[in-house]
Design a protein around this ligand. Sequence first.
Ligand code: G4P
Length: 538
Amino acid sequence: MADTTMTPGTEVSPKEVEAQAVRRRTFAVISHPDAGKSTLTEALLLHARAITTAGATHGKAGRRGTVSDWMTMEQERGISITSAAIQFEYRDSVINLVDTPGHADFSEDTFRVLSAVDAAVMLVDASKGLEVQTMKLFEVCKQRGLPVITVINKWDRPGSAALDLMDEIRTRTGLIPTPLTWPVGIAGDFRGVIERESSDFIRFNRTAGGATRADSERTTAAEAAIEEGDAWVAAAEESELLAEEGQNHDEESFLGGVTTPVLFSAAVLNFGVQHILDTLVDFAPPAEARLDADGGHRPVTSPFSGFVFKVQSGMNSSHRDYVAFVRVCSGQFRRGMVVTHSATGRPFATKYAQQLFGKDREVAEEAWPGDIVGLVNASALRVGDSIHEGSPAVTFPPLPMFAPAHFRAVRPADTSKHKQFRRGIDQLDHEGVIQVMRSDLRGDQAPVLGAVGPMQFEVVEERMSHDFGAAIRSDVLPYQLARRTDKESALILGHDRQVEVLRRSDGTLLALFSTPWRLRNTVRDHPELLLEDLAGGG
Ligand code: G4P
């Protein structure tokens, strides 16, 4: 475990690294679009006093101006495509909120983000319950063993009964909900919450425009019973029922993925926001030892190491840049330090590093386990790459690529732009924007792009013409399914005119099928072939 030597090249002791790691809470919000993720993000920042007024980020155009929105396309569409990390302090902790794209088409990106966090907040719209995208993202959290805190939002609007929502969580996620707060007043009549541990009533008072912290007051259960009458009695009875069913918070069960603490909020009114922050600080796990690719645990006190979970360029249209976002796993990151790129063994100087506060980038002088740093001009780094300081080398587990379900053959619109085309496609591949496949048959200059969702192609088209000056033409290919195959199987599949085998840039051979029926037939006729499912595939 923690040794007593200094981390190489620094004056920092393992004790200091440990202390910094313990302060970190790195999490992402997972939700279906419109559940209130942008609103909640802003409310959290507002409450932690990381911003001063809601208008500062939200603007007149509503969600379009939210801090974590970057690209023009995001703003036009009002959806979040990029993964921004926002850091702020709350109590004695440093909170890293990593943004996830809400749209299902960017689920691969979301998966990578979730590999960089230590916990997730599952945000649920009270009137809609667990929606499609929430469930998909929840499944990813489950696979990754991430502890999940559930927030039932929009309690100020009519919605389901709180107990029904608990049943839904239990039956659909398999997690036992253990509410930390319980709403007083039905959905649509949000008066406040019972803080279940103390049994106190926290009353929320509306503030004009919701532009400040919500005003709240704490009273005893006895006072609340007099003031709130039936609403209090109903809530107290339900809370009692939950206790009888054993639905009280238990830290070990939460961290072990057996239970999910539940909180109620109205993010737009800043109601319930403090409890969310307190829950993160009190119960969410700090940055801890990470599993490396060999199955060993790398303690946070080891020399600096981290991995790239997101690569992005063109975030700032005034100066094109390339940023590799690194999750720090161990040690102290210092700007200017020279690290080793695990994939190539080459040194890499981290001269330009930044931490992000939405649009405002700050130069990151140092960072600690759990933090996210953006390495600028880090074009040698690809999504999934590990970097480390000193020896022995460390490589973190590869980030799985999802099964593509949409395929297009692409070529430059202007044939004289071959070089730009090649550079652009390679770049978008490095960034993980799209999967790039080739075959001898099609030739090196005619790649096939594979996407989890069709909106990824729009991003490619936009980026190819704007960032790389190489507008593209594309032909939709009639495939729906991809399976991992091997050389031997590929030879046999090559005889089937309905199946195409392509090599993805990570070296994986993919067999593409037009319909599930076609795939079933192939499996039936050739049971000896390797046709394996891919992550997230259907
Ligand atoms: P998202 O990022 O998850 O997609 O959701 P976002 O925060 O953009 O919220 C979606 C809509 O839901 C917004 O309304 C927002 O104001 C509203 N909303 C968020 N939290 C709450 C809540 O607790 N209670 C209520 N009643 N509404 C909430 P909009 O009309 O689409 O946009 P806007 O013009 O109000 O910003």
